[in-house]
Ligand binder design. Structure first.
Ligand code: SF4
Length: 339
């Protein structure tokens, strides 16, 4: 069993809301609340939820692009929020990000060899231009692009090719962990599979660990070994990928799954349409934050926050934050029917 590379404990991030000339604090947006999870070396964890649920903020906290309100993130056993500047610089090499939008994440006036070579120069990994150029050519080949493209600008490439350049830039400093922030959602469906396959090959080749952020469960199903479902700043369910698809315990996961197309015309699945919008994280509902949209909500759900906890009848590691999960467990561990 691989060791945990990353562990998140009770992570919170509240952004202040200000008003008036003096920017007086009038409230806070609870972007991330009580998030705890761990990711093993070589694993891909999918983090899924609607926009604004806190998944990108969680990714930015892991990269330490922002500071948390509370909580800890351990990378190889060290709390990243307590690192000194020397260790932090080292960490910036070990954790990289692949951005969602390959159109805006590459500098339009930089040539490909400068884009990919920049992190190598910044971290002083190589001292001669020749060595850097050789490394850039090698990286272009690794991501399936010809080294002959090295002098081109980003606008001369297609969306899929630009994302490959973004991946090459991420790999340039030999990272151990990559936050993939919706890496294929801006690409045509026909290109998405190619980029996902490439990322899978690279994971094997370089023993990479991924946090794969997506709003679409069908994208993470085949890339992720485990999936965490996030709603309004909280993890509401986490399980092995197949287990989650076969037996979702949380009504929100159930609704997300019902929207995933099944590639079999003989299987009928009715989509569960959630009523209402996602509530504001500045004023989340009491108790279970999902209760205003949940068709199973009872009184207890309006007052009591359901903790994320292991399911007795679920496969090991299956956790859900739902009072109704108690009842489901008593039903002989049958798969929850998606109606
Ligand atoms: Fe629905 Fe209650 Fe479960 Fe929340 S705790 S998801 S409101 S049944």
């Amino acid at each position: 069993m691989n060791r945990n590379l990353l562990e998140i404990e009770n992570l919170r991030k509240y952004f202040p809301m200000t008003a008036g000339v003096f920017r007086r604090k009038v409230g806070e947006v609870k972007a991330v609340e009580r998030v705890s999870l761990s990711i093993k070396q070589g694993e891909t964890l999918g983090l899924v939820g609607e926009s604004g649920c806190g998944k990108t903020t969680t990714g930015r906290l892991i990269l330490r692009l922002i500071e948390p309100t509370a909580g800890k993130i351990f990378f190889e056993g060290k709390n990243i929020f307590e690192l000194n500047s020397h260790d932090m610089r080292k960490l910036r090499r070990e954790i990289q990000i692949i951005f969602q939008d390959p159109f805006s994440s590459l500098h339009p006036r930089m040539r490909v060899h400068d884009i990919i070579g920049e992190p190598i120069r910044f971290h002083r990994m190589m001292d001669s231009t020749q060595k850097i150029n050789r490394r850039v050519d090698e990286l272009l080949e690794v991501v399936g692009l010809s080294p002959a493209y090295r002098n081109r600008y980003p606008h001369e490439f297609s969306g899929g090719q630009r994302q490959r350049i973004g991946i090459a830039r991420g790999l340039a400093v030999n990272p151990k962990f990559i936050v993939c922030d919706e890496p294929v959602s801006a690409l045509d469906v026909s290109i998405q599979a190619q980029v996902l396959n490439l990322m899978e090959d690279l994971q094997e080749q370089f023993n990479l660990t991924y946090l794969f952020i997506a709003h679409d469960l069908s994208v993470v199903r085949h890339t992720s070994m485990r999936i965490a479902v996030m709603y309004l700043g909280n993890i509401v369910e986490i399980a092995d990928s197949d287990e989650l698809f076969e037996r979702p315990m949380h009504p929100y996961s159930e609704a997300l799954l019902s929207a995933v197309p099944i590639p079999d015309p003989t299987v009928e699945r009715r989509q569960i349409l959630l009523e209402g919008d996602v509530p504001s994280p500045a004023n989340p509902p009491s108790g279970c934050h999902f209760h205003p949209r949940c068709k199973y909500a009872v009184d207890r759900c309006r007052s009591e926050i359901p903790p994320l906890r292991a399911m007795k009848k679920g496969i090991e590691g299956h956790q859900a934050a739902c009072h109704r999960a108690d009842e489901l467990e008593l039903q002989s561990g049958k798969p929850l029917e998606v109606v």
